[in-house]
Design a protein around this ligand. Structure first.
Ligand SMILES: *[C@@H]1O[C@H](CO)[C@@H](O)[C@H](O)[C@H]1NC(C)=O
Ligand SMILES: *[C@@H]1O[C@H](CO)[C@@H](O)[C@H](O)[C@H]1NC(C)=O
Length: 386
């Protein structure tokens, strides 16, 4: 029966077509157009239906393979999904206690073949009292290199971030605690910064900066210098004076003997491996906390001594941050508006000779401090970073 009626319809349609041009039968023609519209509708329904089925299949497949996701981010020009897994687990804002944070950050993956591709990043860690007055210099420096750096800021917990959502500094404040310069709280802040930065596995190098630091080179040079170095940079020397060994306390023995006690500026640049050592340390830290008390200035001794003992062969024995002590006193010189000239920057860049990967060279400093707020304009005008 069904076959019969189908055949009837199709014959009807054929007839309709042949009679289409006949002008005397408009009424009949209209009714005969119906089946052809129906056919069209059916065809569209099938098309939509198969599109829906295809989408469902692809999406469910993607949940297992992630093909769609990587393709989409690839085409939209986003950086490859390097650390998404880790960042989504631990955003910069979290509610971990210091103990929880240091414990979590001290974990090391045993597999070196990372299941994601992407660039290795430098973690720029700003240890600031409050705002970052030189932020626009750094923004210029970072411009265009989003895949190659991460930013972390430690400020006073009451400080309200001054950055708008378009800034690279926006939302980069880590949970912070008050800091008293020269006391254990400053080392705690440094470890807090390191631990937060370690949670992101794309961070490979970790540089500590102050709010009065400026970069002396453009980003590409800066990045290559750090990434290609097979040493970590922290000044650590044996100072026999009252300001060095004089600050040693016999209570630190036997973990730390007086000839192991080191001194150096606090501004370091270290590799991931050493950063993990610092946050994982439960041997030297308590000794310093208990016995490197005023006027010991723990930030000039703890990481310097601890890394010299545990990883001395991996240290370059110098830092990367230029500080001008030539004006005397217990505070370094602050550079102001009138200091900023091309010659001035040239001098800082090539101030002395030093070794780099076993060879003598002239580039020893990547960063300089301290710069006052009024240097922003002249420094940007000189376009040192492009
Ligand atoms: C550091 O790098 C230099 C130059 O690439 C190389 O000669 C030297 O052996 C390296 N040192 C270590 C400890 O890897
Ligand atoms: C960055 O600085 C280095 C050294 O001064 C220079 O050779 C290089 O051309 C600069 N790169 C860019 C992209 O400006």
């Amino acid at each position: 029966m069904q076959g019969e009626s189908k055949r009837l319809i199709s014959r009807d349609v054929e007839e309709g077509r042949t009679t289409k041009s006949e002008p005397g039968r408009p009424q009949k023609e209209k009714s005969r157009e119906w089946p052809s519209k129906l056919r069209m509708l059916l065809f569209c329904l099938i098309l939509i239906g198969s599109a829906v089925i295809l989408t469902v299949v692809v999406v469910s497949l993607d949940q297992r393979t992630g093909i769609l996701k990587t393709r989409m981010s690839y085409f939209s020009g986003d950086p490859p999904a390097t650390s998404a897994v880790f960042e989504s687990v631990f955003p910069v804002k979290h509610a971990l206690s210091d103990e929880e944070l240091l414990w979590r950050a001290s974990m090391v993956p045993r597999r070196l073949d990372m299941p994601f591709s992407g660039e290795k990043r430098i973690a720029f860690m700003f240890l600031a009292a409050g705002p970052l007055p030189l932020a626009s210099i750094w923004e210029k420096f970072f411009e265009g290199y989003e895949r190659f750096y991460s930013i972390y800021i430690h400020s006073h917990p009451n400080h309200v971030s001054e950055f708008s959502s378009s800034s690279v500094f926006y939302g980069r404040h880590v949970p912070s605690k008050p800091v008293i310069w020269g006391e254990v709280s400053i080392v705690d802040a440094e470890r807090r910064l390191l631990a937060n930065a370690l949670l992101d596995f794309s961070n490979e190098r970790f540089i500590l900066l102050s709010e009065s630091c400026v970069p002396l080179w453009n980003f590409t040079f800066f990045y290559d210098y750090i990434m290609r170095s097979n040493k970590s940079f922290i000044a650590a020397f044996d100072d026999p004076s009252p300001y060095g060994r004089g600050r040693y306390n016999p209570g630190m023995a036997p973990e730390i003997t007086i000839d192991q006690f080191r001194k150096g500026g606090q501004w370091f640049e270290i590799k991931r491996e050493l950063a993990v050592e610092v946050v994982a340390d439960v041997k030297y830290y308590p000794k310093f906390r208990n016995f490197c008390v005023p006027h010991c200035y723990i930030d000039e001794h703890y990481i310097q001594t601890m890394l010299s003992i545990t990883n001395g062969d991996k240290l370059a024995g110098r830092g990367l941050t230029y500080t001008d002590w030539s004006r005397g006193g217990s505070h370094p010189a602050t550079f102001v508006y009138r200091d900023i000239t091309d010659e001035f920057f040239e001098r800082l860049r090539n101030d002395r000779s030093c070794e780099y990967n076993g060879k003598p060279g002239h580039v020893c400093w990547l960063v300089a401090r301290k710069f006052s707020r009024d240097t922003v304009r002249p420094i940007l005008d000189h376009s040192f970073y492009s």
